[in-house]
Design a protein around this ligand. Structure first.
Ligand code: CMP
Length: 137
């Protein structure tokens, strides 16, 4: 079964909406199969966001994701990579549809509440970063 990695980011944890966000995934028939909270180290943040290194927003992104605890989860379900990205909403604020998590709760392009893997390849890479002991491809 397809899996994806989700991060509920510091701004969402600070807003007390972890439960609201997870409910939206569960209502879409996706199953939480792993979950943890942690304050992210710069090393883990840099590994996770390595494809963005050198971009103008990189430093702001690393500072933000490391500022206070996040909640990391693995979700499982049919077509879950695409489903979760639909539920989360677009990265660009002007493209976010009503009802998506980002449209409802995000403060901007950096403080955007959630991250989710964008492909099968990135879900495998990201699950290894956040849940190195997770077994079950
Ligand atoms: P996320 O889904 O976690 O993946 C990469 C993050 O980079 C993205 O959410 C945004 O928070 C951030 N990001 C992407 N594009 C921009 C941009 N143009 N300006 C600032 N931040 C960006």
């Amino acid at each position: 079964m397809e899996k994806t990695l989700v991060l509920i980011k510091p701004d969402a944890v600070e807003q007390n909406i972890i439960g609201n966000i997870i409910s939206l995934y569960e209502e879409a028939n996706l199953k939480v199969i792993a979950l943890k909270m942690e304050k992210v180290s710069r090393e883990t943040a840099e590994t996770h966001y390595k494809e963005h290194k050198g971009k103008v927003f990189y430093q702001e992104l690393i500072d933000f994701i490391t500022r206070s605890p996040i909640c990391a989860l693995i979700l499982e379900g049919e077509n879950c990579i695409a489903k979760v990205r639909e539920i989360n909403g677009a990265t660009k604020p002007e493209e976010q549809k009503p009802g998506t998590i980002r449209k409802k709760y995000a403060k901007g392009i950096t403080e955007n509440c959630v991250h989710a893997s964008d492909s099968l390849e990135s879900s495998k890479r990201e699950i290894k970063i956040w849940f190195p002991n997770f077994k079950g491809e």
